[in-house]
Write a protein that binds this ligand. Sequence first.
Ligand code: NDP
Length: 454
Amino acid sequence: MAYESVNPYDGKTVKTFPELTDEQLEAKIATASACYETWKKTPYVKRAVIVAKAGELMRQHVDRFAKHATLEMGKLINEARGEVNFSANILSYYAKNGERFLAPVKLNPEHGEAHMESSPIGVIFGVEPWNFPYYQLARVAGPHLMAGNTLMVKHAGCVPQCAIEFEKLWIEAGAPEGLYTNLLISHAQSDKVIDDPRIKGVALTGSVAAGRSISARAGTNLKVSSMELGGSDAFIVLEDADLEKTIPWAVWGRMYNAGQTCCASKRFIVVEEIADKFLAQFKAALEALKPGDPMDERTTHGPLSTESALQDILKQVNAAVKHGAKVVLGGKRIDRPGSFMQTTILTDVKPGNPAFRDEFFGPVAMFFRVKDEAAAIALANDSDFGLGGSVFTRDVERGKRVATEVETGMMFINNIDWSDAELPFGGIKDSGYGRELGNMGIQEFVNKKLVRTH
Ligand code: NDP
């Protein structure tokens, strides 16, 4: 069954959902396309009422949304509540600012007058992952609906109830039929959607493999696309870092969402002078986390999203060890029901070890000891990914200089990678292209039309 709610805390299947037939899919595309014809002419203020209402409803029903996420992908309940509130904030942010971001811009040609309009382009197709089952949806719905597009989303197979809840939200918020459509469809059907002439743009958040396949399909159809893919972000600790503040960030950066975050801190690159101290304190802090029921607010270490996610990361750890890595903490599944992985630290990961270039999507930290700042930057840049990264130092100006040298889409000084409704999010290299959130996020699927008067 492609769409299944399985509780990763105990491995029990809660509910399964059938995929749409091709006929049902066709009817939904037709409805989304018809809706676009009226929605594109709907004034911003009216669009904003619906988008803002959806945000309000999420805030009012935090627990209803949060519990589905915890049940289906094991997110700690407080983190799930945080995600729901943040998603609500993203919707409110675009309801408030969408019109301003897309206002006509006056240009200054040598002769005559000109301006640039931003108009919607049609039905946008989103393919979204399970790791933030609402935030990922809000990140596309807020901007692209405010821009006057309509949206169809294929969510990940393991979070169908979250997907259905989010679609219901729009109906409750007063959206016309076809404004936001959830699609329980296969990969083959997803290809058909991309090929369909009524679909005008494709937004993916997911793995590099999905990015290659979906961006190629969109490219063949000459459709605009944005790709938010994986990452292996560096967490650089310089010798002048304040360890008391840095260690909690290291734990949070690696362990938030059980480590299943594209922009999680994955490679801990520490300058020799303080490396031993950092490693000892980081290890102790990770050991203190308590595995348990993610619905219980006292739990600090939840399960991975699925059994197959756990199996994948165990395989990666074993391959890393086979190629010379040392396990200084964890490395195995936790001996209890559910898909729990021990908090793990790997050292001695050298170039040539597959782990050196891999992304660990779970609670596995790679620790690297380097001579100095220059070596830290060089190692941070020796990655196929380029999503985000952080640098910890008491000297903020030095931190900014390091940030400039690191080849990523985002850098954070004395903080971990984080996302804000107001700030652009996205990467370079294998981490993809395009930006979500902020003013940049709403510009991805609009027609920048030049209008000139002579
Ligand atoms: P996948 O790429 O397998 O899944 C993500 C979504 O893409 C799911 O909806 C999945 O559907 C769909 N999908 C995958 N392949 C295809 C295809 N060929 N055609 C159509 N749909 C497809 O990712 P994972 O589940 O492995 O999720 C984690 C990955 O996503 C990590 O690598 C992570 O770094 C990345 N990610 C990036 C983020 C970012 O913002 N840059 C944020 C979160 C995650 P289905 O479930 O049905 O297979």
